[in-house]
Design a binder for this molecule. Structure first.
Ligand SMILES: NC(=O)c1ccc[n+]([C@@H]2O[C@H](COP(=O)([O-])OP(=O)(O)OC[C@H]3O[C@@H](n4cnc5c(N)ncnc54)[C@H](OP(=O)(O)O)[C@@H]3O)[C@@H](O)[C@H]2O)c1
Length: 315
């Protein structure tokens, strides 16, 4: 388990992504995935009020509503660390105080709970003063509706600025960062954000940990591509430059008898203060991901993956 800063929250080393719930996984499958993740040792579930507004006929909130029905059936709310986000809902975008306050109430209703463990600003909103955004989050913490606030998709300078404002004004600081980070998208986090996170003891929750499925090894150049809602995004990696990383992952997965996906997650998990965040659409896929628990990469194995990926530009 990993502690989220000074919050007292302890999370499992793999956060389960909820954007699939109500999108590529129907409600029954979503419940099964959530049960299997918990049975596998997990406790950290990620969603957002926007999920899955991109789907025809959806307006956002579908993923939260499924998690809410699962939680109400299951009970034992205190054994789950539940994270959701505000700021990207098409009908209520941005990080004004009024939006944050209203969005939190709507998320709490859909999630059928009276508190959110980790509440993220989904994306920076430079049109609203940080003082206003952070004061709105702070009020939610003071009211016991949120335990820890986090930033998602912030760059290093804005994260530093937000930490300064919180310190100066005595407001709850961002205590966790959610950012795009995986073996084939390293620079966004590693170049500047990582230094801030390590210095400030902020855990990085690394989203799209499997590069939309590319790092599971199921997409290969020259082979028939499997059908997936994510094919277009994953196909961006089907270039000669990205082949060496799959070859290295194949080697490590075979040597340790785990899935390619597990090897990719183990690399992230070995980074200081990083918790990978990945989704699965089926129980078999989730089984592959949970194999990461059996794998502790050696320094040489990490070096191998580092050397194959450090040169890649972020896609
Ligand atoms: N903060 C943000 O802005 C932000 C942005 C994106 C995501 N997120 C969060 O991060 C989570 C994870 O990111 P993501 O879902 O976009 O991408 P991801 O975890 O990189 O990729 C997950 C997808 O890969 C495929 N997959 C997973 N395991 C597999 C296996 N063993 N074999 C074959 N295919 C497998 C599945 O898609 P198919 O089977 O459908 O191909 C699955 O939905 C999201 O659920 C969300 O909670 C946050």
């Amino acid at each position: 388990m990993i502690g989220l800063g000074a919050s007292g929250l302890e999370v499992y080393e793999l956060c389960l992504g909820g954007n699939v719930f109500g999108w590529t996984a129907d409600e029954v499958t979503s419940f099964n995935l959530l049960d299997a993740y918990i049975d596998g040792g997990g406790n950290f579930i990620d969603t957002a009020d926007t999920y899955s507004q991109w789907m025809d006929g959806h307006v956002g909130g579908e993923s939260e509503a499924i998690i809410g029905r699962w939680l109400s059936r299951r009970g034992r709310r205190d054994t789950i660390v539940l994270a959701t986000k505000v700021g990207k809902l098409q009908t209520a975008p941005g990080l004004t105080a009024a939006n944050i306050t209203a969005a939190a109430e709507a998320s709490l209703r859909r999630l059928q709970t009276d508190y959110i463990d980790v509440y993220y600003a989904h994306v920076d909103d430079p049109t609203v003063p940080l003082e206003e955004t952070l004061a709105a989050f702070d009020a939610l913490v003071a009211a016991g509706k949120v335990r820890l606030v986090g930033a998602s998709n912030y760059d290093a300078s804005r994260l530093v600025e937000a930490l300064k404002v919180a310190r100066r004004d005595g407001l709850a600081p961002y205590g966790v960062l959610q950012t795009h980070y995986n073996l084939v998208h390293r620079h966004e986090y590693e170049d500047e954000l990582a230094g801030v996170c390590v210095r400030e003891n902020i855990v990085c929750v690394a989203y799209s940990a499997l590069a939309d499925g590319f790092l599971t090894g199921k997409y290969r150049r020259g082979a028939t591509l499997p059908s997936s809602e994510r094919l277009e995004d994953a196909s961006l990696y089907l270039t000669p430059e990205h082949e060496p990383v799959l070859e290295a992952l194949d080697e490590l997965a075979a040597a340790h008898q785990v899935s390619v996906a597990a090897a990719a997650l183990a690399w992230l998990s070995a980074r200081r203060g990083v918790v990978p965040l990945a989704s699965a659409r089926t129980l078999d896929q989730l089984g592959d991901l949970l194999e990461f628990q059996r794998l502790r990469l050696s320094a040489e194995e990490i070096d191998l993956l580092d050397s194959r990926t450090a040169v890649l530009a972020d896609v």
